[in-house]
Design a protein around this ligand. Structure first.
Ligand code: URA
Length: 211
C-alpha cells in the first residue's frame, strides 16, 4: 500500500484551523474544500495521461492530456461529499460515483447501503474521498468493493488518519501497490469511541451540523 503524508505549510495551516473547535461550519467547509484540492494535487501524481500533438500560436508542440477512461471520484457518504468540489476542481472531467457504507455494530463488518457506480470499473483509476481514516474498516471495504469491480488502482484522500486505521488498511490490502492513501496528517491514536486523537471531531457533523 502506498502512503503519502502531504508535508507543506499550507496543508499544516489549514489542518490546524480545521482542528480548532472554535472554527465554525462555513469556515470548516471552505477550508476542507481548499485542503482537498491540495491533497488532490498529490493524489493525482500518477493519473494516466496520453501524449498529444498540438499547435501553439507560435509553433508545433507536444503535450499531455488526461487519458481515457476518465478517472472516477468516489465520495463515501456522508462526510466524503464535503470533499467532492475540492477534488473535481482539479479533475473537472472525472466521473463521480457514490458509495454509502455502514458498519454493522454486531459483526463490525462494513456493508454497502448505497451504490451509484458503473458495474464494470476495468481500467479505471479511482479516487475515494473519506475525510477520517479512523479504524480503516469502511475504507478497506470500499477499496475491496472497487477492486472487485475491476478498478485499476484506488487512491484514498483523507484529511486525517490514525495509525490504527493505516495499519488495518495495510493488513487488509497487503503490499498491493494498486492501493494508496494521501492524507494531510497522521495523528496519535484512536480513543475508545473510535475518534482520532487529537483529530478534529466528527467530520460529518462539523461539515453539515448534527442531524
Ligand atoms: N470519524 C470522524 O468523523 N472523526 C473521527 O475522529 C473518527 C471517525
Amino acid at each position: 500500500m502506498r502512503l503519502h503524508v502531504a508535508d507543506h505549510p499550507l496543508v499544516a495551516h489549514k489542518l490546524t484551523v480545521l482542528r480548532d473547535r472554535e472554527t465554525d461550519s462555513p469556515t470548516f467547509r471552505r477550508l476542507a474544500d481548499e485542503l482537498v484540492t491540495l491533497l488532490a494535487y498529490e493524489a493525482t501524481r500518477d493519473v494516466r495521461t496520453t501524449t498529444v500533438e498540438l499547435r501553439t500560436p507560435v509553433a508545433a508542440a507536444t503535450g499531455i492530456r488526461l487519458a481515457t477512461p476518465k478517472p472516477l471520484v468516489v465520495p463515501i457518504l456522508r462526510a466524503g461529499l464535503g470533499m467532492l468540489d475540492g477534488m473535481t476542481r482539479l479533475l473537472p472531467t472525472a466521473e463521480v460515483g457514490f458509495l454509502g457504507m455502514i458498519r454493522d455494530e454486531k459483526t463490525l463488518e462494513a456493508t454497502t447501503y448505497a451504490n451509484r457506480l458503473p458495474d464494470d470499473l476495468s481500467g479505471r483509476q479511482c479516487y475515494v474521498l473519506d475525510p477520517m481514516l479512523a479504524t480503516g474498516g469502511t475504507l478497506a471495504a470500499a477499496v475491496h468493493f472497487l477492486l472487485d469491480k475491476g478498478a485499476e488502482d484506488v487512491t484514498a484522500l483523507c484529511l486525517l488518519a490514525a495509525p490504527e486505521g493505516i495499519a488495518n488498511l495495510r493488513e487488509a490490502v497487503g503490499d498491493d501497490d494498486r492501493v494508496g492513501v494521501v492524507t494531510a496528517g497522521v495523528d496519535e491514536r484512536l480513543d475508545a469511541d473510535g475518534y482520532i486523537v487529537p483529530g478534529l471531531g466528527d467530520a460529518g457533523d462539523r461539515l453539515y451540523g448534527v442531524v
